[in-house]
Write a protein that binds this ligand. Structure first.
Ligand code: DQU
Ligand code: ZN
Length: 372
């Protein structure tokens, strides 16, 4: 097996269907990665995650280095063994989480010093430290250590941040230990500034990675700006490598980003919504706490094969959330992840059948049609 590679199966417009070949298995793309931040997909057993059809999950260096710590993960047999997940795992590199968690942090040219949001203890991340931790976690896909500027930010601040991230990308690549079936992804930065995005892509492709992520989006810029940034960024990336849009998104975001050439996604929306009584369906979202569900014996979705939809009713989910029963978030997280995976399979099949425009129009019409 060569180092990790992505192989095209079909294209439809700018959309691509393919397979990501890794040391931990082959993943059909486009693919949605359930977020398993601290070595668990919240409220889900990994059997439940497998039953949804997920192919790859995401973990976070920031959270795992703080608790339980890379050494304890190693003593538990590594992240795959600890989580009971034999498929590929992609780990984010930590810089974004330090910024987004608002942890007390000091950024310098060499890295970031921060206080843990858990116990206030002091820690440091650099491209080398982050890459070493991801190696210790046995991550299948290692992400470069980058800096994602908080918005709003001036073009000058975004340029300085992008340049720093590109220097850190080179150091991350230097620290990466190549292994058959493993890979490292560069992260394109540059905000919504076309010239900065172009320079960032060139810097990363000059270094060379097994895949390329588009970072610095889904940070409050809005869907229109996100899509317009993708319109000119994804075509610049090598067509032979996987493209991963970080932190995205709603079902409508996923469809629009696949249409613009993106292959991989991660987002906390389906799992966070599952814990806050919000159900994703083919007809939009439902608030299961709403009284209108109290005596509705229909499943959340008639198209879903998850436990919530095959064994229970909307009325039962309503009851569980109204009573703050733990089973509520469990069943609804399961349902939401099952919906996201079904959506990705529907989109993928449409690309293979060269039928994405018609299927996309149908998906958008159904989302707009409202509940059954
Ligand atoms: N929206 C996001 C989500 C996760 C990210 N992770 C990294 N490392 N960098 C970014 O720019 C991200 C953006
Ligand atoms: Zn369901």
């Amino acid at each position: 097996m060569s180092p990790m590679r992505w192989m095209t199966e079909a294209t439809c417009g700018n959309a691509r269907a393919g397979h990501l070949h890794t040391a931990h298995g082959i993943v059909p793309t486009p693919t949605f990665m359930p977020v398993g931040t601290a070595g668990t997909v919240k409220a889900m057993t990994m059997d439940a995650v497998r039953s949804t059809g997920a192919g790859i999950v995401l973990g976070n260096t920031y959270h795992l280095m703080l608790r339980p710590g890379a050494e304890r993960v190693r003593k538990m047999g590594g992240l795959h063994r600890m989580m009971d997940w034999s498929g590929p795992i992609l780990t984010d590199s930590g810089g974004f989480q330090v910024m987004s968690l608002g942890a007390l942090r000091k950024l310098d040219q060499d890295g970031v010093t921060f206080n843990s949001h858990i116990d206030g203890s002091k820690h440091r991340l650099t491209p080398e430290i982050s890459t070493d931790i991801q190696h210790a976690l046995d991550a299948t896909i290692t992400m470069c250590f980058d800096e994602c500027p908080a918005l709003p930010a001036t073009p000058e601040r975004i340029e300085q941040s992008m340049q720093l991230s590109m220097r850190w990308a080179a150091r991350s690549r230097e620290a990466f230990v190549p292994r058959l079936g493993y890979g490292q992804f560069g992260i394109v930065q540059g905000g919504t500034e076309r010239e900065l995005r172009e320079r960032s892509v060139r810097a990363l492709t000059d270094i060379g990675f097994e895949g390329y992520a588009i970072g610095g989006l889904a940070v409050g810029e809005g869907q229109e700006l996100m899509f317009s940034t993708l319109d000119y960024t994804t075509p610049l990336l090598p067509g032979t490598h996987a493209r991963y849009l970080m932190g995205v998104g709603t079902p409508d975001d996923l469809l629009g980003a696949v249409e613009r050439g993106v292959d991989m996604f991660d987002c906390v929306m389906p799992t966070r919504a599952g814990r806050t009584a919000r159900a994703y369906t083919e007809r939009g979202t439902l608030n299961m706490r709403n009284a209108r569900h109290a005596e509705d014996n229909r499943p959340i979705s008639p198209h879903c094969d998850c436990l919530a939809c095959t064994r229970h009713s909307r009325a039962y989910l309503h009851h569980l959330f109204r009573n703050n029963e733990i089973l509520g978030p469990m069943l609804l997280t399961w349902h939401n992840l099952a919906y996201y995976q079904r959506l990705m399979r529907t989109i993928r099949a449409a690309i293979v059948a060269s039928n994405l425009p018609a299927v996309a129009a149908g998906l958008r019409a159904d989302w707009a049609a409202g509940d059954w």
